[in-house]
Design a protein around this ligand. Structure first.
Ligand code: S3P
Length: 184
C-alpha cells in the first residue's frame, strides 16, 4: 500500500520552471485542469501589470527592470494564492527561477518547483517559429543562455522530462503526489 500525503500537508502552490519552450504554460494548464486548481501564468500577470507586452517592456525598460517587475509580480501572485487559500499551479517565466531571490522566496513560502527538463535541440525547434520572445535572438545566444541557466534549474525540487507529449509529462507530475484530487 502506498501512503498518500495528508491533504492539509499538500503545497498550496506548485511552480513549473524551465527554459523557453519547455512547456510551462501548456503543462501548467493541463495540470490545473486535472487537479481542479487555479492556473496562473506569471508572464501573463506581468503583462497585465505592465499594461504592455513583455517584448515591448524589454525594449523600453531593459532586462533589469523586467526582473524587478517579475520578482514583484511573483511575490504578489504567491501572496494572493496563499491569502485566498486558493491552490494553484504557477507557470514561471523562463528566467524566473534563475534569479536567486525568487528561489529563496519560493522555498520560504513552501512552494515546490518542478523543472521541465528538455534538450536544447528540442527547445530550439519549438521556439524557432515564435517571434515574441525578447531573449531569443539567435541560436548561439539561445544555447549559451540555456547552459548558463542549467545550474539554477538543477536546484528545483523535482525534475521531469518535458520532451515527451504533454499527456505523459502531466502523468509523471501527478505521480509525484503533490496534488489533492485528480480527475481523468
Ligand atoms: C524569459 C522567458 C519568457 C519571459 C521573458 C524572459 C527568459 O518566458 O518571461 O521573455 O528570461 O527566459 P517563457 O519561458 O514563458 O517564454
Amino acid at each position: 500500500m502506498t501512503l498518500r500525503t495528508p491533504e492539509a500537508r499538500r503545497p498550496k502552490i506548485v511552480c513549473l520552471a524551465g527554459f523557453m519552450g519547455s512547456g510551462k504554460s501548456t503543462i501548467g494548464q493541463l495540470l490545473a485542469r486535472q487537479t481542479g486548481r487555479r492556473f496562473v501564468d506569471l508572464d501573463t500577470r506581468i503583462e497585465e501589470r505592465a499594461g504592455i507586452s513583455i517584448r515591448d517592456f524589454f525594449e523600453r525598460h531593459g532586462e533589469a527592470m523586467f526582473r524587478a517587475l517579475e520578482e514583484e509580480t511573483l511575490t504578489q501572485v504567491v501572496g494572493e494564492c496563499l491569502e485566498k487559500g486558493q491552490p494553484a499551479v504557477v507557470a514561471l517565466g523562463g528566467g524566473t527561477y534563475a534569479q536567486a531571490r525568487n528561489q529563496t522566496a519560493l522555498r520560504e513560502q513552501g512552494a515546490p518547483v518542478i523543472w521541465l527538463e528538455c534538450p536544447v535541440e528540442e527547445l530550439l525547434s519549438r521556439c524557432a517559429t515564435i517571434t515574441n520572445r525578447p531573449l531569443f535572438r539567435d541560436e548561439a545566444s539561445f544555447r549559451e543562455l540555456y547552459q548558463r541557466r542549467l545550474p539554477s534549474y538543477q536546484l528545483a525540487d523535482y525534475r521531469v522530462d518535458s520532451s515527451r507529449e504533454p499527456r505523459l509529462v502531466v502523468a509523471e507530475i501527478l505521480a509525484l503526489d503533490l496534488f489533492e484530487q485528480v480527475t481523468a
